[in-house]
Structures are given as C-alpha cells and as structure tokens.
Design a protein around this ligand. Structure first.
Ligand code: PNS
Length: 161
C-alpha cells in the first residue's frame, strides 16, 4: 500500500505554537511527517541547529509519525534524499500565500513532480511567528501561548529570564 509522506520545512528558530499546530494537523493526514530544519551553514540563526532540533523534537514527542531532521541545503535536495514528493507549507495571510506559491513553483522547477500543499494557519495563531517570539523574548516579555509549553523555559533561559 502507498504511504503518504510529506516534508514540513522551516527555520524553526524557534518552533512556535503555529508550527506545532500545523505539524499536529499534518500528522493526522499523512502516514509520516518530516519536520525539517533547513539551514544555511553560512548564516547563523538565533538558536543553533542543535537547539532548534532539540526543541522541535520535544514538541513532536507525542506524535509517533513525526520525524525531525535537519538539512544544510536546498529543499528539493532534501526531498530527493528522503524520496518524498510532497512539501507542506502554511501561511498566515494572503501576502504570505503569494510568496509561498512562488516558492512552490520554484521548487517544482528545481525538482519536477515536487508538489506543495498548504494548510492555512488557524486564525487565533495568525499573529504568531518565530521572529515575534525572538523579539518579545529579547525584551523579556510574556511568550506564554506563543510557543509550546514544553520549550517555554528553554527560550527564557536563552534570553536570560
Ligand atoms: O520558516 P521559514 O523561514 O519560513 O522557512 C523557509 C524555508 C527554510 C523553508 C526556505 O527558506 C527554504 O526552503 N530554504 C532552503 C533553500 C531552498 O530550497 N529554497 C527554495 C527555493 S529558492
């Protein structure tokens, strides 16, 4: 029987409640979800790739069909390596949807047959982003409800509060 698999790629710097919600919804629709941290070795994020991976794993621990991976290259190469032909992306607004459609078309050009499917963010999470979390945390603000409870303290520790 054919297994349905997808890659949910992102920077996850750090993973947010928005990401966790999409992963949870995807895990109900696909046999396997690869939550993939795509990173450019020449660019450093706020959290190291190892920290991001640990946080993402902690958030996905309860879903038996979610695998966390990290990859220092392009998305189409990861898709080829894993032999997966479905990318899952989310968007929070119409503007983001437009950008995502362009990225989906580019990825299909880079690896013909690579499809992208979309899950819009839940309305109540549409203001949540990794960059907002980083900014709020940098001012020692309240990040409760923006990131999964299991990683809240790790983020506060990173920013010293
Ligand atoms: O969480 P983000 O920042 O929205 O994730 C963007 C990401 C990492 C998925 C995207 O930048 C990406 O795929 N980077 C790898 C390089 C690549 O393959 N780009 C797409 C074709 S230009």
């Amino acid at each position: 029987m054919k297994k349905t698999e997808c890659i949910f790629p992102g920077s996850f710097d750090p993973v947010t409640c928005g990401h966790a919600d999409v992963i949870c919804r995807a895990a109900r629709m696909f046999d396997r979800v690869y939550a993939a941290i795509l990173h450019n070795p020449e660019k450093h994020g706020c959290f190291s790739v190892q920290e991001r991976e640990e946080m993402l794993k902690a958030c996905c621990a309860e879903a038996g069909n979610v695998e966390v991976v990290s990859f220092p290259g392009m998305l189409w190469e990861l898709a080829q390596t894993l032999n997966v032909r479905v990318i899952l992306r989310s968007f929070r607004s119409g503007g983001e949807a437009e950008e995502e459609i362009t990225m989906a078309r580019l990825n299909e050009k880079l690896l013909p047959g690579l499809e992208t499917v979309f899950l819009p963010s839940r309305a109540e999470l549409s203001c949540v982003s990794s960059s907002a979390v980083r900014q709020i945390a940098s001012f020692h603000g309240n990040i409760h409800g923006l990131v999964p409870d299991v990683i809240e303290q790790k983020i506060r520790d990173k920013f010293g509060y």
